[in-house]
Design a protein around this ligand. Structure first.
Ligand SMILES: [Zn+2]
Length: 154
């Protein structure tokens, strides 16, 4: 499995999540696609960016989507799913003038974006059309993602 370390603002490890990289039925192998250490609380991934960002921050639904936006030079954090969004996450993002939410273009992603936008007046969903952040990047590189940001700020 791919190990995804969660680091604090000083880059000290908080926890690790795991993503199975096999293309098989994960449940039949007694694990999920993503796996969290038992009883680990819901966490925001990449909290260091909350402290480094200017007046804008990006929020993705998956850890790997956040890594892509970082490659583009954006400051981003990830919340791995609407159910893991917590009141303290709202407080962590409350100081930003603009919060862009990159939910996946499916029902779970719509719920993810809606939940954060209800909690934060500064939040606005980015309209992904051709898959999630990672799919969009794999298909067309950085430009399609940057175009979505430009669309948003017009
Ligand atoms: Zn698996």
């Amino acid at each position: 499995m791919l190990a995804i370390p969660y680091l604090d603002r000083a880059d000290a490890p908080l926890t690790v999540r795991f993503r199975c990289l096999e293309d098989h039925d994960h449940r039949a192998h007694f694990h999920g696609k993503y796996n969290t250490i038992k009883d680990d609380p819901p966490r925001m991934y990449g909290v260091g960016d909350v402290h480094q960002a200017g007046d804008t921050i990006d929020v993705t639904e998956g850890e790997l989507d956040r890594i892509i936006l970082r490659k583009l030079g954006l400051h981003a954090v990830a919340i791995p799913g609407a159910a893991l969004w917590q009141g303290r996450h709202r407080r962590m993002l409350a100081g930003f003038n603009r919060v862009r939410v990159w939910g996946d273009p499916d029902d779970a992603g719509a719920e993810f974006t809606a939940r954060i936008c209800r909690a934060l007046r500064s939040a606005k969903g980015v309209r992904l059309r051709d898959g999630d952040v990672t799919d969009t990047y794999m298909q067309g590189g950085a430009q399609p993602l940057l175009n979505l940001i430009k669309e948003d700020s017009q």
